[in-house]
Each structure stands twice: as C-alpha cells, then as structure tokens.
Design a protein around this ligand. Structure first.
Ligand code: G3I
Length: 376
C-alpha cells in the first residue's frame, strides 16, 4: 500500500473543485489521480474496449484509457463470430492488437468470451450432431486459449448459460452436449493454459433464483474436480435496482464457493426500462418514443446527483468486500460508447458510466473517488 498523504492532499483539491466547471474538471483528470490509482491495492479497475480504441485511432483516447484503467476486456472482437468465423479458420488479427494494447499499457488482460450462445458464427450455431459439436467445441477453446497462453490473465470460459429462473439455457451447446458442456469447457481451458484464471460470467446475478442456479452449476464443476477460479457478475444495473443488499448477498454467496468474484460489465442505466426489464438478454427489443428517451441532449443535475449516489453506494459495498473482489470493469469507457444507447430500445441516449461524451468526469466519478478519502 502507498503512503496516504499525497492522496489526501489530492482529494482535498478534488473536493474543493469538483462542483466547478468542465474546464477545471479537464485539468483534474489530466493532472490528478485516476480510478486505477485510487483503487490500487483494492481491485483492478477495468473497461471494455471497442475496435477503434483497440486500434488506438485517437491518441488522446488511448492516453485517457491508460491513465484511468489498469484492466481491459474486449467488448466484441473476441466473440466467436469474429475470432472463429469459419469452422477451419480463426481470425486473430484484431485480438492480437487487443493483447498488444494490454501489454503495452501494462494492463490486466481479460478474455471475453469462449463459450456463449450469442454472437456465434452460423456454422457453429447450426451444428446438430454431438460428435461434430464436441470436436468443434474442443478445437475452439483449445486453439484460442493456447494461442494466448501466458498473455491473457483470465477468461470468461462460459457466458450466460443460466436462465433467470436458475435453469440452464437451452443453447446449442446444451442441446448437443448436455449439461456437461459447462465443466468440459473449463476442463479444456485449464488444460490449454493451466495458469490462467477461469471465470463463469452472467447477468442478473443478484436475482435469488438465478443465484441459486449458478451456485448449483458451479458446485457441479467443483465436484468433478475441474478448476474454476472466479464468478463474474456483469453488473448491468439501474438507479433503483438491484438493491445493495441483494448485490451483497450475491458477492458473499459466490465468494463462499471459494472463488474470486469480479464485477465484469458495470453500468447503471438512468433511463426508464420497458415493463421493469432487468438483465441483458440481447434478443429483447422495444420501440423508442419520447417518454422512454427523456434526456436526449443532456442529463439534468438532479439525475447526475442520483447517479452519483448510486455509484457511491455500489463502490462503498465493493470496498467493504475488496478481499473477495478481483476486478471491477465498466462496460465501456464513456457514455457514448455504451451498448445501453441501443438496448433494449434503439436510438436512446443513456448516461450509465463515469465519463461523459467528451470524456469529462461526471459527478459520479468524484463521488466514487471520494470513498477512498473517507476510507483513509
Ligand atoms: O459490427 C456491426 C457493424 O458492421 C454494423 O454496421 C452495425 C450496425 O448495427 O452493427 C455492428 O455490430 C454490432 C456489434 O455490437 C459491434 O458494434 C451489433 O449490431 C450489436 O448487436 C453488437 O452489440 C454488442 C452485444 O454485446 C452483442 O450481443 C454490444 O456492443 C456489446 O456491448 C454487448 O456486450 C454484451 C456482453 O458481451 C455479454 N453480456 C451482455 C453485454 C451487453 O449486451
């Protein structure tokens, strides 16, 4: 742990200035501390990168990312439709750049994701035969994990295999291989790189029925003697739900299985959701209208305050359980990048992250950082 004095001095400055204008905020983010420094020693602070960010199209953005974050996840380019487009062809062009980005900036590099029912290439999703699926499955996991052995620090081995009621999703993998596909995926990944951390990752992980389902599934993996190192709670949350109590219950319940807990895809939507929709089921879409898109130009101060308080509450909890949490990764760098602008209704304007469209820190950013001052 670092000396606390310089941090205290810095935060006094932040708080004297945090209610001021954007110009001052710009100065603070370019000269002051950062998320990754503030939480150094607690957990990694990660972000999800899109292709432009991976390819370092804008040097200012690259500098910003490397200043604020010390862990990365590829938002899309490592998914099977991009990396394994044909049965006998892998495409590692962009994933190589992603890993090089992480190395260059000395970051924790996470692999997202090996086995997921969504964003599958057509050839993979249309396999009906278990022998054929078995061979494709094994080739897919083994080739990718071996390729990045010693370079990637952790993998989402299986993503979103459990339904919200705790049952297993009827994916092409479940249909062809049976429920054993989950343990098998972990076994193959561990064989390909024995040292890499292996995670199960999902959304709605605070929902009690789903929590029980995930725990049952993880116990089965462990009972077979197969290695699983962590559970990823995606964290696609809202201003009013899930409650801090439910988040805490989940962190404790997953951690009691003897695995690390990562918050893998954190964002807080400020927009109304149709029928109180929860989770991140990508196939769910609804129509746009003015009522559902109340802040098309900017987020009113009253809402910035609510968002900041929600983030403060969430990070306060994370700090209380920092011994169980390995990494907190935001799902995107700033608001304009967020998938929530198109989900579950296309073309809205959401404000779910700590940095705005111009990469300026929001009130929520300062309130999250303030926890470190209060903690010292
Ligand atoms: O690449 C095409 C581009 O060529 C085309 O012009 C454009 C037009 O819509 O679409 C582009 O593809 C989009 C892709 O993101 C890349 O930007 C897809 O339409 C869009 O559906 C896709 O969305 C991604 C989504 O996963 C897909 O399922 C989001 O960016 C990504 O944030 C989201 O991430 C998932 C996690 O992997 C798993 N957990 C839930 C999370 C949120 O859904």
């Amino acid at each position: 742990m670092k000396s606390t004095k310089p941090i205290l001095l810095f935060f006094s400055a932040v708080f004297a200035l945090s209610s001021c204008n954007n110009k001052i905020n710009t100065k603070l983010t370019t000269t002051g501390t950062s998320l990754k420094d503030a939480f150094n020693g607690d957990f990694y602070i990660g972000t999800a990168l899109d292709v432009n960010q991976i390819e370092e199209k804008d040097p200012k953005v690259t500098q910003f990312i490397s200043k604020e974050f010390n862990a990365i996840t590829a938002e899309n380019i490592m998914k099977s439709m991009f990396v394994h487009p044909q049965k006998d062809k892998f495409d590692f062009k962009t994933t190589d750049k992603y890993v090089a980005f992480g190395k260059k900036h000395n970051m924790f590099i996470h692999g997202h994701t090996l086995i997921w029912h969504s964003q599958l290439p057509k050839w993979f999703s249309e396999i009906k035969d278990s022998v054929e699926m078995n061979a494709a499955f094994e080739n897919h996991i083994t080739t990718i994990v071996k390729k990045y052995k010693g370079l990637i620090n952790s993998w989402d081995v299986v993503n979103e295999a459990v339904n919200d009621d705790g049952s297993l999703r009827k994916s092409v993998f479940l249909k062809t291989l049976g429920e054993d596909f989950i343990a098998k995926a972990f076994q193959l990944a561990a064989a390909a790189d024995p040292k890499v951390d292996l995670y199960y990752n999902d959304y709605s992980m605070t929902n009690p029925a789903k929590r029980e389902g995930v725990i049952r599934m993880v116990k089965k993996i462990q009972e077979k003697g197969v290695k699983i190192d962590g559970i990823g709670m995606q964290g696609h949350w809202h201003l009013d739900r899930p409650t801090i109590q439910e988040i805490e219950k989940s962190i404790l319940a997953y951690s009691s299985l003897g695995v690390k807990v990562a918050i893998t895809e954190l964002d807080v939507s400020v927009l109304p959701s149709p029928f109180g929709l929860q989770g991140a089921e990508v196939s769910q879409r609804f129509e746009n209208n003015e009522k559902m898109n109340p802040y098309p130009k900017s987020l009113p101060d009253s809402m910035q305050v609510k968002l900041a308080q929600r983030y403060e509450d969430i990070f306060k909890l994370f700090l209380e359980h920092k011994d169980k949490i390995s990494r907190v990764t935001f799902w995107g760098v700033n608001d304009t990048q967020s998938w929530l602008n198109d989900f579950p209704i296309r073309g809205r304007t959401d404000y779910p992250l700590l940095f705005d469209a111009n990469l300026q820190p929001k009130k929520a950013y300062y309130q999250v950082l303030s926890l470190k001052q209060k903690n010292k």
